[in-house]
Design a protein around this ligand. Structure first.
Ligand code: ZN
Ligand code: ZN
Ligand code: ZN
Length: 138
């Protein structure tokens, strides 16, 4: 999948800056969500400091260019909001696997039907936590 990040940034009324473009391309080539430290290491040769990485990630998240993923890790993780998917995480080694199946629609329908305070739901997050095969064998 290829992205035109300059166009995406302009559409979100964000200035096209080098750190933004670099961070987005790191996220695009990653296999899963990344934290600021991961991105900082991958951009070592670009001499972008960690504070800039944090600040840039925050602005990209606020503009919905990046999605924040909470996998109960110490650091906040980010990924591009591509297709709808969820993650399963190994609580021992941190291995992350993405999966596309989402059985949330019928649940959301029931919740909204029963709720007196909500009639629409736009989004949800669902992350599963378990132990990967390699860790269970160890
Ligand atoms: Zn993901
Ligand atoms: Zn594991
Ligand atoms: Zn879902």
């Amino acid at each position: 999948m290829s992205y035109n990040f300059s166009k995406i940034l302009k559409e979100k009324a964000l200035k096209v800056t080098k750190p933004r473009l670099l961070i987005l391309s790191v996220c695009a080539s990653a296999n899963g969500p990344l934290c600021a430290e991961d991105i900082h290491i991958k951009l070592q040769h670009e001499k972008i400091n960690l504070t800039t990485v944090y600040r840039t990630l925050h602005s990209l998240e606020k503009a919905d260019v990046l999605k924040r993923v909470d996998l109960h890790t110490d650091s906040v993780l980010y990924e591009l909001p591509t297709h709808h998917h969820h993650h399963i995480v190994c609580t021992l080694c941190g291995l992350i696997e993405a999966f596309d199946e989402c059985g949330m629609d019928s649940l959301v329908g029931n919740v909204v039907n029963d709720s007196k305070k909500f009639s629409t739901v736009q989004d949800h997050s669902l992350e599963l936590f378990g132990i990967c095969n390699a860790c269970s064998r160890a």
